[in-house]
Design a protein around this ligand. Structure first.
Ligand code: 7PJ
Length: 281
């Protein structure tokens, strides 16, 4: 399978490492250490040196309980970093839900829109559809970041996530976005308790029957803290293990903070024959 993006056709025969570049003062996992443009750009360079396949730049913290920045603030955070990242010769994804931000970053050459709200905000779908090749990741979330962990509830988490992604996939196709541009994400930690995350993870392969590659993010998330008892700064090993488990369960792109470690782990997984093309179950 390939993932069509603005400038690159990403070959998913090998699992791809998407490296996280947060440009937020309140980001979930790195305490806002890349909040200024220069350090975020330097972080892009660092991840490139570590072997990252795709950069994912975000200016809105979507950690549980967080507020949205203003549009101007989000643009001021993201645009200069995207301008730098597109000079590095690898696909650049931008984590945003706002149509104005989508248009602005596509105008400066971004390759992928990664939307935790699956292009549900008015105008977002049209902004992506207006570009003929831009890639998109559609993620499931129950609720909104501000309140999503207050009382997540599901009858059948796998069925509900799958139905949501199927519905978004249909809408996105109807807007004229070709299948090869689309990846799907179950949205671990987004309006999900431990039991929901684990239930979804155990049956992750069922999502492959939607026919699109899966992108997943476990990196440093709360559930890994619950499992290991470790604070955010000490979750690298847990995050690498989760990334490998996700690949084994059919994910083709893993969104991570710890790029060098994940790249090494995937090389071993591949050499061992454990990272082959996934099968739907
Ligand atoms: C995800 C994301 C994820 C996708 C964030 C964090 C919270 N985008 N953006 N999937 N998580 N596609 O990094 O912990 O899981 S922000």
């Amino acid at each position: 399978m390939i993932w069509q993006t603005t400038r690159f056709q990403i070959d998913l025969a090998r699992p791809q490492v998407m490296g996280i570049v947060n440009v937020t003062p309140d980001s979930f996992s790195d305490g806002g250490q890349h909040a200024d443009t220069a350090s975020a750009c330097a972080h892009c360079d660092q991840l490139l040196a570590e072997g990252v396949d795709i950069l994912d730049i975000g200016g809105e913290s979507t950690r549980p309980g967080s507020d949205m920045p203003s549009l101007d603030e989000e643009l001021a955070r993201v645009l200069p970093v995207v301008r730098h990242a597109v000079t590095l010769g690898l696909p650049v994804s931008v984590d945003t839900s706002r149509p104005e931000v989508i248009r602005a970053v596509l105008d400066v050459g971004a390759d992928i829109i990664n939307d935790v709200r699956a292009l549900t905000w008015p105008g977002a779908l049209e902004a992506v559809a207006a570009h003929g090749r831009t890639g998109v990741c559609l993620m499931h979330m129950q609720g909104q970041p501000k309140t999503m962990q207050a009382a997540p509830a599901y009858q059948d988490v796998v069925a509900e996530v799958k139905a949501f992604l199927a519905e978004r996939l249909a809408q996105v196709r109807m807007a004229g976005i070709a299948d090869e541009r689309i990846t799907l994400d179950p949205g671990y930690g987004f309006g999900k308790l431990m039991e929901h995350n684990l239930g979804l993870f155990q049956r992750q392969q069922e999502l492959l029957s939607l026919g699109r590659p899966l992108l997943v993010g476990w990196s440093r998330k709360g559930m890994l803290g619950q499992i290991t008892g470790r604070p955010k700064g000490e979750r690298m090993v847990a995050s690498v293990a989760a990334a490998l488990a996700a690949i084994t369960r059919g994910a083709r792109i893993v969104r991570v903070h710890d790029v060098a470690a994940t790249v090494d782990a995937i090389k071993v997984w591949q050499a061992a024959g454990l990272a082959g093309e996934p099968q739907a179950s």
